[in-house]
Ligand binder design. Sequence first.
Ligand SMILES: NC(=O)C1=CN([C@@H]2O[C@H](COP(=O)(O)OP(=O)(O)OC[C@H]3O[C@@H](n4cnc5c(N)ncnc54)[C@H](O)[C@@H]3O)[C@@H](O)[C@H]2O)C=CC1
Ligand SMILES: O=C(CO)COP(=O)(O)O
Length: 318
Amino acid sequence: MSVSVLGAGAFGTALAITLAERGVTLWARDADAAAAMQETRENATRLKGIHLPDGLTVTSDLAAACAADTILMAVPMQSTAAFVAENADLLRGKALVACSKGVDLTSLRGPTAILTEVTRSPAILTGPSFAVDIARGLPTALTLACKNPILGEALQETLTTPTIRLYRSTDPVGAELGGALKNVIAIAAGAVMGAGLGESARAALITRGFTEMMRIASPLGAVPETLMGLCGLGDLTLTCTSPTSRNYAYGFALGQGADYDPTITVEGAATARALARLANDKGIDMPITSVVAALVEGRLDVSQGMQKLLSRPLKEEI
Ligand SMILES: NC(=O)C1=CN([C@@H]2O[C@H](COP(=O)(O)OP(=O)(O)OC[C@H]3O[C@@H](n4cnc5c(N)ncnc54)[C@H](O)[C@@H]3O)[C@@H](O)[C@H]2O)C=CC1
Ligand SMILES: O=C(CO)COP(=O)(O)O
């Protein structure tokens, strides 16, 4: 199967680097940026100093990129719906693999639900993996989820590389929810650390955050156990404990009362708002997510948010 990656940000470029041995096309929407990457063999804005191998071709010609059989979608979540609608004819009939993490704020859908507009069985590739680690060839394990088990197996074979080990799942909804929800909890974890509230508080947030993730999984159509894997617990662990995470770093800045560069992709910010709405619509108690949504919208500061969480009625743990 021939492979293309759409979206030449940090993650799209990293995935293309690891797939380069088999030959891969990377599409960037900006023609000048695509030409510069193809010429200099570097994505200087997102992965400075990392060489783009020979098997990787960068193009701004979307039709040419979409000639591949398998297409990895690495455009940010909030741009995905419009991108798919605009380019439906090019994407239809392809094996499509979502690589983004989040929930669309307008439609409250995840990436695979959006992709069902152009394919019957979209897949998702997700799990603990910083772009820079993948690009440097460090070992990584991810979840590849697809409802169609035959396509899932074919994609697992195609997208496994010497440094990326893929585990299969037939629950794309669970896999994408894991990636979406963990970013929200990572903002909370960063905020707690930025405000100097301590590692014990962070451990509590991670644990209670995971409870929230499990609580909303089934009402949204996921198998809750899926979230115990790489796509959920695995990615939660990585993102809530590392300053390399943009979601954690954004939360940390909120905790410190500092500014954060608004051009940096922080998927958990819009996703917290989307999930808080979904939880509200379905009557599901998600206190941490709702506090993060309030922080992002500026309705609470970190100390008010923590007070809100600590003053909730006492209850059983499970
Ligand atoms: N960076 C990372 O370590 C990882 C990122 N991801 C996920 O990958 C997705 C993309 O993230 P990054 O690549 O890190 O973000 P990024 O900010 O580095 O890059 C996003 C890229 O998408 C392009 N883009 C934005 N809107 C577009 C549109 N409408 N059409 C075409 N291109 C568009 C931008 O020009 C940019 O090149 C996110 O959902 C993120 O959660 C997943 C795992 C790891
Ligand atoms: O999803 C990621 C790691 O698995 C990347 O996290 P950030 O988007 O927070 O940088």
